[in-house]
Design a protein around this ligand. Structure first.
Ligand SMILES: [Cu+2]
Length: 116
């Protein structure tokens, strides 16, 4: 039977054993979506779980990004509220799913966040 010390020496001699770490988790990212001429740009965005989306309004009229789906209490899953020109709002998406959303004031202004 090799002693404990011998086994440790064998491990030190094999560099692969020291490199075999789990990959570092990807850093969360923030993705930009514009609100331009009554449209979200891009209207459809794919992100990773844990990432955020930041909407920035370029129109002179307030817009929101308000989830189409509601939680059990009846509130939208997310809602930036209305905000004006030059302002931004950010929402973090912790879990995978497809999240359709629209502007509170302009129902034809629609977008989708796909979280992988
Ligand atoms: Cu709007």
């Amino acid at each position: 039977m090799p002693s404990r010390r011998h086994i440790l020496r064998a491990a030190l001699a094999l560099p692969g054993l020291w490199l075999a770490r789990p990959p570092a988790a990807a850093q969360p990212r923030t993705h930009e979506v514009g609100m331009v001429l009554f449209s979200y740009q891009p209207a459809r965005i794919e992100i990773a779980a844990g990432d955020s989306v930041r909407w920035t309004n370029s129109d002179a009229i307030p817009h929101s990004a308000t989830a189409a789906q509601s939680d059990p209490a009846g509130a939208p899953l997310f809602d930036t509220g209305l905000f004006g020109k030059g302002e931004s709002r950010e929402v973090t998406f912790p879990a995978p799913g497809r999240f359709a959303y629209a502007c509170r004031r302009h129902p034809a202004m629609t977008g989708e966040v796909i979280v992988r």
